[in-house]
Every structure is written in structure tokens, then in C-alpha cells.
Design a protein around this ligand. Structure first.
Ligand code: FAD
Length: 552
């Protein structure tokens, strides 16, 4: 392994560097990968397109952005001291606190020195003789690395729908996933929010508090349920510290990566009355527990899912006073869990405010954006600010934009022309020494737990190579085919996994319809990783690069 250390931190022009491990992306996955690589004694450098640490929590600074995962279950578990010294203020922390936390981690473990910001990777090329990657950023700076780890996220490329005239608008215009650092003042303004996915429903109530008029443009209604956030009391803080080991044990083995207790009952094990009471309990429960602690057949039995959806629809009708508006807010095109369920705070209530209106884009699509506002078949509405809460090019968006070329000039975009193929969501054939933890075929659930398992696995692979004297590793095609076939099979296993979700990439015109998550989940990932260790890495082929061979 090389031992040359990276030298500096942040300027457009950088000396060429040579490292063992090059990580791309300063989100929760990339930071952890950098930490693990350094801890294992590898020289390492991290490149990040943004000007700061945080990934999702750097770019999504919109008001109302916060965790849907409990703060202490999302946080790192690798250091007890870190866990004990950082006090989260709320069960579901808001973006500024999360960004502060990730910066704290970087400084506490002295990682900033190994990071370059404002460094967007534009090409990465495998060089067979030397067994190294040459990675170039947008300033033309070059880094050569034995191992190339893209921790570039699945929700890191904001998507704008193709609406004529979008650039014409003369007012202020923002995408939630590219929010400016300076606060946006909505006071007294006429505001449009386009999109009612997880980000849209977080920002809408915050804007409604300030704006003179708020118009929400909804393409599809989502099954929103209350987040049920609360401050963490001093007693709870003490309990969290005391429970550190138990929390780690649960989170390391939990299928969804949460602390929520799974329900052993099926929906129709209970009487109608019991089921209604249980659904009420679920409605009051925190965040994702409505998915993870709900009846165990919720995603697999259509009738169970329908019973829960009926309950949610009755809740929406009870909150929203105008029946037509309530009806617009009730999803008709998908079941609960088919799309990523958003969690909300006082969301449905805003539609009772006289200055808040909803436009159903299924009935009156946007025809164009003009200099002054948004035009539908109903005419032009004028705005001071347009907020695009229109999501991301999910799963493969960032990887497909990095100019990655593997063996024999094979471009990743061509290799994945019909959608991604992977082994355990970390490697693909034809791209030796390239890893992408937290990328396509990641699992739904509490992201850092699954992504963290992948980072640990990648690190074990690097250690294995070092111990055995090899320096090149690539997954066997049969292993990749088997894993990808499993992912595709599971994609339609549950009746609630319909194809209208961005999980299939269907929100991006022209994108191949291919399932981008691993619905078999974390247990399957962990079992396969265990198998790799048991079989002494039989799913991979290892080699010594020509350079290593010739240098003896
Ligand atoms: C608003 C929002 C809320 C969310 N809430 C939750 C939640 O509560 N719980 C949960 O589990 N998940 C949540 N997620 C999912 C979230 O993306 C993950 O939890 C997590 O942030 C993924 O971390 P990551 O490090 O893998 O990727 P990211 O955080 O996306 O970081 C990837 C980084 O890679 C950088 N990058 C990409 N391409 C390049 C390039 N070519 N060159 C250089 N740098 C590049 C990006 O700039 C980015 O900083 C949320 C996502 C969003 C958008």
C-alpha cells in the first residue's frame, strides 16, 4: 500500500495526490468510510462537491428539514464517548443540529485534514497495469488511488420536472435539495410549493406560518402520518447514555435499523375494535414505527394494508374541514408503504387556513411557468417565490454523473444502461477496486445502519487484501447476477410494492424502470456478508496488479 499522505484541505488548485483509499462524498456514509480507512491505517482522502460536511444535511437546509429517524438511532455508534457527549435536543432533530453533529464528528476524529471541499468528481478511470483509479475533479485536480469508494448518496441529485418556462420566472426560485445557507424570508410573500413528497410536506407548514398566500401544487397525494416529535428530557438523555450497549445491540441487528419493536400480530388476528384501537396507537407513535411496528402483514396482505389506509383516510377527513380538499389529500393511486411514507407535523391542518390552497395537478397540470407565476388550465397564479420540492434522481443519479470508466474503458452508464446490477450494493463487475456503499440496492429503513454495514464490509475487504498480499478485487459475475436477481424478485414480492414509486426510478423521464432498493433488507445483506467471510471471499476474484507483480 502507498503511504503518501494528502496535503491540504480546500482550494480549487491542489497538488496531485496518491492515496490508498479515495472516498467521494462527505455525508454520513463517506465520513464513516474515511474514519474506518484511516483507523485501519490506510492513507485516505475524501472529495466533496459541496463546500462543507453533511451530504443530505448540508444540501437540504430548507426550513422544516428534519430527521424521520430517531436522532440517536441515526447517529454513529462506533464511539461510546461520541454517543455520550453529543446531546440531541429532539427525538427527531432538525437540519442545523444534524449538520452541527456531522461537523463535530469530523473535527473530533481529526478528519477534516483529509477532506477537500468544492471538489466535484467529473471522471474516474481504472488503470489496469498499475491497478489504480485516476480520479479528476471539476478543477482538473487529479488523485490516484488504489481503492475508489463513492459514497455519493441515493438522494443527492435534485430533480426538476420538465416544465416549460421554468427558467423564465423572475421571482425567487429554490429546490429543497439545493437550499441556500442564508435564510429565505417568506413573510408576506405569495409562495408556490410544487411537490408533496417528504420534503414538500415538511416545508409547507413552515411556509404557511409566514406567507401571505401559499399554493401547493400536488401531483400525487402521499400517505402522510404524524412524526410525533418531542424534546428529549434530561431523564431520557440519562437513559440513552445508560442504555448505550443495549441500543447498539438492537440497532446492529434490527432489520430496519430502528429501535422500534416489531409486532407479531397480523391485522385480522384482531377484532375490528381492537384493530381500530391499535391503529390509533400507531397514529400516535413516533416516525417510522407506523411501518416497523404495525401489523406484520401490512405490506403483504392487501386487505390489511387497505384497512390501515381507510383508517388514515378517516383521519385526514377528520382534520381537513373542506371535504373536497380532504379528498384531494387522500392517495388513490398507491397503498401505504409502496412509496416512502412522509412524516409530518401539523401538515393537514394548514389546509384549514384561508390563505392556503391546493392545486391537484392530475386535474389541472402545470402548462408553463411564466415570468410572474405558474399557469394551469385554470389560468395564471402570480408568485414571489416558487419552491421546487420535486425530489431526486434516486439511487443511481450521482454515480451516473461521475464519468466512471472501468476495465477496457467500460463506462458505468453503459454497464448500467438497463439499471444497476450489483453485489450486495457495493460492487459491480468490470470495475475492480470500486465500491459504492449507500448506493443503489441499499435498503429502505434507517439509512446509516445499512450503509454502515456496507462501509464495515468494504473496510474488511481492504484489510483482507492487505493481509493476503493482493491489491485488486472484483466481484464474480455469478455472485452479482444472483444478488441482482434476488433484488428484482423481492421488488414485486409484496403487493404493496407497486411501480409508481421513485424506488423504481419512474419519476425521471427516460430512466429504465428498475428497482433501486433491496427490499429483502438488512438481514439478507448481513447473511450474505457472513457467507463471504465463511467462504473466504469466494464471491470475489482477487489478483495482484501488474505493477505489484513486477515490483516483486
Ligand atoms: C430531506 C431528506 C431527509 C432525509 N431523512 C432521512 C431520515 O430521517 N432517515 C434516514 O435514514 N434517511 C433519511 N434521508 C436519506 C439520506 O439521504 C440518508 O440518510 C443519508 O444522508 C445518506 O448519506 P450518504 O452519505 O450515503 O449520502 P449523502 O448524504 O447524500 O451524501 C453524498 C454526498 O456526495 C456528494 N457527491 C455526489 N456526487 C459527487 C461528485 N461527483 N463529486 C463529489 N461529491 C459528490 C454530494 O455532494 C453529497 O454531499 C433523507 C434524505 C433527504 C433528502
Amino acid at each position: 500500500m502507498t503511504s503518501t499522505e494528502p496535503v491540504s484541505e480546500k482550494t480549487p488548485s491542489q497538488p496531485a495526490a496518491e492515496v490508498d483509499v479515495l472516498v467521494v462524498g462527505a455525508g454520513i456514509t463517506g465520513i464513516y468510510q474515511l474514519y474506518r480507512a484511516r483507523e485501519a491505517g490506510f492513507s485516505a482522502l475524501l472529495l466533496e462537491a459541496g463546500d462543507g460536511v453533511g451530504g443530505t444535511w448540508y444540501w437540504n437546509r430548507y426550513p422544516g428539514a428534519r430527521f424521520d429517524s430517531e436522532s440517536y438511532t441515526y447517529a454513529y455508534l462506533f464511539s461510546r464517548e461520541l454517543f455520550e457527549e453529543w446531546e440531541w435536543h429532539e427525538h427527531f432533530a432538525e437540519q442545523p443540529e444534524i449538520e452541527r453533529y456531522l461537523n463535530h464528528v469530523v473535527d473530533r476524529f481529526d478528519l477534516r485534514h483529509h477532506m477537500r471541499f468544492g471538489a466535484k468528481v467529473t471522471s474516474a478511470t481504472w488503470d489496469e497495469p498499475s491497478g489504480r483509479w485516476t480520479v479528476v475533479d471539476s478543477h482538473g485536480n487529479e488523485v490516484r488511488a488504489r481503492f475508489f469508494v463513492a459514497a455519493t448518496g441515493v438522494l443527492s441529485v435534485p430533480h426538476f420536472p420538465e416544465v416549460p418556462g421554468r427558467e423564465e420566472f423572475k421571482g425567487e426560485s429554490y429546490h429543497t435539495g439545493l437550499w441556500p445557507a442564508e435564510p429565505v424570508d417568506f413573510t408576506g410573500k405569495r409562495v408556490a410549493v410544487i411537490g408533496t413528497g417528504s420534503s414538500g410536506v415538511q416545508i409547507i407548514p413552515v411556509i404557511a406560518e409566514k406567507a401571505a398566500a401559499l399554493t401547493v401544487y400536488q401531483r400525487s397525494a402521499n400517505w402522510c402520518t404524524p412524526l410525533n416529535n418531542a424534546p428529549i428530557t434530561p431523564e431520557e438523555q440519562a437513559q440513552l447514555r445508560a442504555d448505550f450497549e443495549a441500543i447498539c445491540r438492537t440497532l446492529r441487528s434490527s432489520p430496519s435499523g430502528f429501535l422500534h419493536v416489531a409486532n407479531e400480530r397480523a391485522a385480522f388476528d384482531d377484532s375490528d375494535e381492537q384493530r381500530r384501537a391499535f391503529f390509533e396507537e400507531m397514529w400516535q407513535s413516533p416516525g417510522f414505527s407506523k411501518l416497523t411496528s404495525n401489523y406484520n402483514d401490512l405490506l403483504f396482505d392487501e386487505a390489511a394494508n387497505a384497512a390501515w389506509c381507510d383508517f388514515l383516510a378517516s383521519k385526514i377527513r377528520a382534520i381537513v374541514k373542506d371535504p373536497a380538499t380532504a379528498d384531494t389529500l387522500i392517495p388513490k393511486d398507491h397503498r401505504f408503504g409502496e412509496k416512502r411514507p412522509p412524516f409530518v407535523t401539523a401538515y393537514f391542518e394548514v389546509y384549514n387556513e384561508p390563505h392556503v390552497h391546493i392545486v391537484d395537478l392530475r386535474e389541472t397540470p402545470i402548462e408553463r411557468v411564466t415570468e410572474r407565476g405558474i399557469e394551469t388550465a385554470d389560468g395564471l397564479r402570480e408568485f414571489d417565490i416558487i419552491v421546487w420540492a420535486t425530489g431526486f434522481d434516486f439511487g443511481t443519479g450521482a454515480l451516473r454523473r461521475m464519468g466512471i470508466e472501468g476495465r477496457d474503458g467500460l463506462a458505468l452508464v453503459d454497464h448500467w444502461a438497463d439499471g444497476p446490477t450489483t453485489f450486495l450494493g457495493i460492487q459491480t463487475t468490470g470495475f475492480p477496486n470500486f465500491f459504492f456503499p449507500g448506493g443503489p440496492h441499499a435498503a429502505a429503513g434507517n439509512n446509516p445502519r445499512y450503509n454502515g454495514d456496507q462501509v464495515d464490509f468494504v473496510t474488511e475487504i481492504l484489510l483482507h487484501l492487505r493481509a493476503t498480499g493482493y491489491d485488486v478485487i472484483e466481484v464474480e459475475p455469478a455472485a452479482e447476477e444472483k444478488w441482482t436477481a434476488m433484488v428484482d424478485r423481492w421488488a414485486t414480492k409484496a403487493p404493496s410494492f407497486g411501480e409508481s414509486s421513485y424506488y423504481f426510478g419512474t419519476n425521471i423521464p427516460g430512466k429504465p424502470r428498475k428497482y433501486l432498493l433491496n427490499s429483502a433488507g438488512r438481514p439478507k445483506l448481513l447473511a450474505e456478508i457472513a457467507k463471504v467471510y465463511e467462504t473466504d471471499y469466494a464471491s470475489f476474484r482477487v489478483a495482484r496488479s501488474m505493477e505489484a507483480v513486477s515490483s516483486g
